[in-house]
Write a protein that binds this ligand. Structure first.
Ligand SMILES: Cc1ncc(COP(=O)(O)O)c(C=O)c1O
Length: 379
């Protein structure tokens, strides 16, 4: 389908041209099992290891710390279950601190463990969409086993102080494991595995212009993490299953392309954001306070008095793709933590749309968005 503007990159970004090239070459090449010791197996292994280096460079980790997964959902599950299940199995009641800004793959996974004895503290953000370092540190107990905080809210784009949290946790007496969901942060901020001082760090290929169905959990060397997928012992025993060689090569290329283009892309997102906000029609407003720290590629807008699903569908008919926020927790009509913090009630939350830029977005997309939004709000 031809479209006027794709502004839903936080849900999935289009493939980068460099990635398409890698994938085409990969498809034409005989692809053996990277665990095979014959020559073709060794070629497949080389491609996986090249990609591992590219991903490690993106997040400033050692190659031995990158564990490929089927995406960020699995990486988040591995981080959480891998730390907590052995403790729960041993009859302990571990405590976890998380935020009200987490993606469902974090919060639902944690909630699913409460029935087995997990104690959960959920830190709400302030009106700026940001959680306070003191609130996290103040919630630590002797039995806190894990702190899991997203680096950027995927709903409103607010950037969290993960570097300060990571540094403080390193100094804390009980020294809980620190997991950072960096899926959105890696797109347009300077947060890395190294700067966040994380033990566990989640990223996903399709948010950075790589293929869907591949991601990674970066695991600090020596971390105690049990596998959730057992089998052939691939990925140093941390994630069994034949590697998705095709996806992994594309992920590697996306990672190195992002490293090369990062500064230019971040500058472009800032410019596009300013241009869009400067031309917002009456009836729409940015829900984040203007001085909140943000990932510049995500923008949450309230379409005052309108249902977001309706606006998204009207705009889609004009060829402009945006998201109905994840403004409500899926399956319920209740406002999420991020949106509530901005002072919106359940009704207000249902009027929030999310606009997100990607490597291919340009000023023409913003023009098309402004035109379509003005017409949609007027209906
Ligand atoms: C912050 C965050 N974490 C995790 C995920 C899940 O990623 P994946 O699609 O790779 O499972 C997403 C995707 O929307 C996300 O935005």
């Amino acid at each position: 389908m031809t479209h006027a503007a794709y502004l839903d990159n936080a849900a999935s970004a289009p493939l980068r041209p460099e990635v398409l090239k890698t994938l085409e070459a990969h498809l034409r090449h005989p692809d053996a099992n990277p665990s095979a010791i014959h020559a073709l197996g060794q070629e497949a292994r080389k491609r996986v290891e090249r990609a591992r280096k590219e991903v490690a460079d993106l997040v400033q980790a050692d190659v031995s710390e990158v564990v490929f997964t089927s995406g960020a959902t699995e990486a988040n599950n591995l981080a959480i279950r891998g730390v907590l299940e052995p403790l729960l199995d041993a009859g302990r009641r571990p405590h976890v601190i998380t935020s009200a800004l987490e993606h469902a793959s974090v919060i639902k996974t944690l909630e699913s463990l409460v029935a087995r004895g997990l104690e959960l503290t959920v830190i709400p953000p302030g009106t700026d969409g940001v959680i306070r370092v003191e609130d996290v540190l103040g919630a630590i107990r002797p039995e806190t086993a894990l702190v899991s905080i997203t680096a950027v809210s995927n709903e409103v784009g607010s950037r969290q102080p993960v570097e300060a949290i990571g540094a403080a946790l390193r100094r804390s007496v009980s020294r809980p494991m620190f997991h950072v969901d960096a899926v959105q942060a890696i797109v347009s901020t300077d947060v890395t595995f190294a700067t966040a001082k994380a033990d566990l760090f989640t990223i996903s290929a399709h948010k950075i212009g790589g293929p869907k169905g591949v991601g990674a959990l970066v695991v600090r060397r020596g971390s105690d993490l049990s596998a959730i997928l057992t089998g052939g012992g691939q990925e140093s025993g941390r994630r069994s299953g034949t590697e998705n060689t095709f996806g992994i090569s594309g992920f590697g290329t996306a990672a190195s392309a992002l490293v090369a283009a990062r500064e230019r892309e971040i500058a472009s997102y800032r410019k596009l954001r300013g241009s869009l906000l400067g031309r917002l029609p009456a009836g729409a407003r940015q829900i984040m306070p203007a001085d909140s720290p943000v990932a510049p590629h995500i923008l949450a807008l309230e379409c005052i008095g309108k249902e977001n699903d309706w606006i998204v569908l009207l705009m889609s008919r004009e060829g402009v793709m945006v998201a109905a926020g994840s403004a409500c927790k899926s399956g319920s009509r209740e406002a999420s933590g991020a949106v509530k913090a901005m002072g919106l009630d359940d009704q207000g939350a249902r009027s929030v749309i999310r606009v997100s830029f990607g490597h291919a977005t340009d000023e023409k997309d913003v023009d098309a968005f402004i035109d379509a939004l003005s017409r949609s709000l007027a209906r």
